[in-house]
Design a protein around this ligand. Sequence first.
Ligand SMILES: Cc1ncc(C[n+]2csc(CCOP(=O)(O)OP(=O)(O)O)c2C)c(N)n1
Ligand code: SF4
Ligand code: SF4
Length: 623
Amino acid sequence: MGRWAKSDVRHPRGEQMHDALEAVTLSPGVTKDVRPLTGNEAIARGAWEAGVKVAAAYPGTPSTEILETLAGYPAADLHAQWSTNEKVALDVAIGASFSGRRALAAMKHVGLNVAADAFMSQTYIGVNGGLVIAVCDDPGIHSSQNEQDTRIYGALATVPVLEPSDAQEALDFTKLAFDLSELFDTPVIVRSTTRLSHTRSRVALGDRIEPPARPFIEKPSKNVMIPAHARPRHSVVLEREAKLKAYFTESTLNRWEKGDTSFGVITAGTCYPYVREVLPDANVLKLGASWPLPDDLLRRYCESVDRIFVVEELEPVIEKEIRALGFKVEGKCLFPRAGELSPELVRAGFEQAGILAPRPKRNDEWTPEPLVRPPVLCAGCPHTSAFMAVRATGARVAGDIGCYTLACLDPLRGMDTTVSMGSSIGNAVGMAKAGEAKPVVATIGDSTFLHAGIPQLINAVYNQANITVMLLDNHITAMTGGQQHPGTGKTIRGEAAPAVDYEALVRAIGVKWVRKVDSYDLAAMHQSLRDAINYRGVAVLIADRPCVLDPVKIKGPAFEVVEDQCNACQACMNLGCPAITWSEQSFEGRHKVQIDQSLCIGCTLCAQVCTVDCIKTAAPVMQ
Ligand SMILES: Cc1ncc(C[n+]2csc(CCOP(=O)(O)OP(=O)(O)O)c2C)c(N)n1
Ligand code: SF4
Ligand code: SF4
């Protein structure tokens, strides 16, 4: 492949290429201000310094703080918005790019599945204003439903993927991503992982440079993807990939840290510090971009060492490329493909390869066994009553993603399936149409309903399914830390916004049976759910109560158990409230219970289920 030359790259309007690449200093020597930032804060800072004008996201761990940080910058600098889902967020960012401004969409890895339709077309269209998609992967599945590898999306879409290794690179690479986007006429992914997104390290800050708006490119052959336009654009995309490969071969984004040539290690992202920790003096090729891979550089590197190792998290993306270049390489045979890597796992791989001597096992080595503490819903969580009621009906329950997914565990055990955001309603339709003998109930949170549940409900009504949908409205996106959404009446900056009226929306869709019930009214919850299930057709029961942590922890008067009266029936224990624990006292061989008043928020649910009415409001503590 030929060398990359600036003249190879022209802006879509045919402008002379500016010197932005040179303007980006990857490791600024002059530090104006150095602060400890997380990877997510650094990505946000990089976008702000690059002059981002519109930023949109749907929350999702580990990506959420990118937009939250951006919303902390002045509104005059940029518009930041929570969008209803990741596709919407990307479409908003694409719109801003069409209008000639720099734009960012942020999401977790599975969010890119939702946004993929827009993403896969936009790669053909390219950009006007720089378009950066910050995607945070979750190796180890700390808080996700899978651990898919976003680098493969880069390959699928022929979109460059930059992989920072620390927070400084997160800032620098994000800035660079905007320049690359405009210079190569492509969306650019900045890929982070949980470890980087949530780890703090020193970052040198720069100033914001806001490029002037570019005029709209009035060129349907570039912007309107009908087949006749898309066909030639595919060739443009392939040419772009070749130019990017050449650019990445020359780029200082890749660092060849030379050393002994008996073996070499190729790595990227957060694996780089693990390799350095384990093999401080090794010959290392650190790649700054994991797609497209710089074949010429890889070939030169592989020819220069006797043994080639690849240390990469999740899929063998780099390893396969090197094998395709005709080299023998060791990677996933030593370092696991599933789960998060760590210095310990990297060390173990190099020990297995005979590069490092196995560490002698110390006799006094003691590894503390962590106490397994199952995750539970919060004390007073309004989702509790919904699942107590569901369980009592013996229904088949198609669940969804949110805090309430914990109801699949003991003691609530009120959920049979959970696939992806919004799936509950479609799954329920499928179960009902397949002839499920039990009543079929879908449970879905408010944020999830707005994200992907509405088309599913329309589909259920249209196809005349016999299902009950429990819309668990706790007035917030609780699972990811309490973000606003279109049902809360507030924007990300806390300003007032129109709030979705669920009852009106659901009726407009054509649902005839709609009822709202207070989640803390257990009897009403049980009765309403029975009524909903008895209705033939689509019934929607809205379980309504704000999250106990929204916006600050809500706390009513705490409750206590009059232990002398408790008959240890365990009915309150079935709520799974973490404020309720066993007491020292027992009745007929069973433990009585007690309430930790510092945890109790006074929701009254335990008092409502107590068989002998021995749970009372605690006497106020005298100051
Ligand atoms: C495609 C996708 N985007 C984002 C997430 C992260 N996530 C999981 S559940 C959820 C929303 C939960 O809010 P809600 O439905 O209101 O339920 P709550 O947690 O408040 O009970 C989010 C954003 C995800 N798992 N998948
Ligand atoms: S009132 Fe009962 S169920 Fe509610 S938080 Fe307190 S102990 Fe838990
Ligand atoms: S429900 Fe009442 S009687 Fe039963 S264990 Fe709880 S406090 Fe005791």
